[in-house]
Design a protein around this ligand. Structure first.
Ligand SMILES: [Zn+2]
Length: 117
């Protein structure tokens, strides 16, 4: 339970990130509604399979509106940050972890494996 120490400031869930509709599988990719609510981002189904085995990854993707730093979780993804592509690229580069290349029918997909806790 977090409480702000500054009066007049309230903490709440980042509702745009917390109230997204469910992701789905399409053409061998996992399709997730983007934070803008108008587009989708897609990532290889192999990353979902990895997440179900307890191996999580971070990657950068963009819709037509924003770039996002995204992290796989148990059965979904979490949007960690949104911004322009340059900002998100810098955040991605600064993350620790080994970089992996997944290949699927659409092409190579670069991501970083999160160091296991
Ligand atoms: Zn968008």
């Amino acid at each position: 339970m977090l409480r702000p120490t500054v009066e007049g400031i309230a903490l709440k869930a980042w509702s745009r990130a917390a109230q997204l509709p469910q992701s789905s599988i399409a053409d061998g990719k996992v399709e997730v509604p983007s934070l803008c609510g108008r587009h989708f981002i897609r990532y290889p189904i192999a990353l979902l399979e990895e997440a179900m085995r307890g191996r999580f990854y971070t990657f950068a993707l963009a819709c037509e509106c924003h770039a996002y730093l995204i992290q796989t979780t148990g059965d979904s993804v979490r949007f960690k940050a949104a911004g322009d592509w340059e900002e998100i690229s810098v955040m991605y580069e600064d993350l620790p972890g080994e970089e992996f290349l997944f290949r699927d029918q659409i092409g190579p997909f670069v991501c970083k494996k999160l160091p296991s806790a």
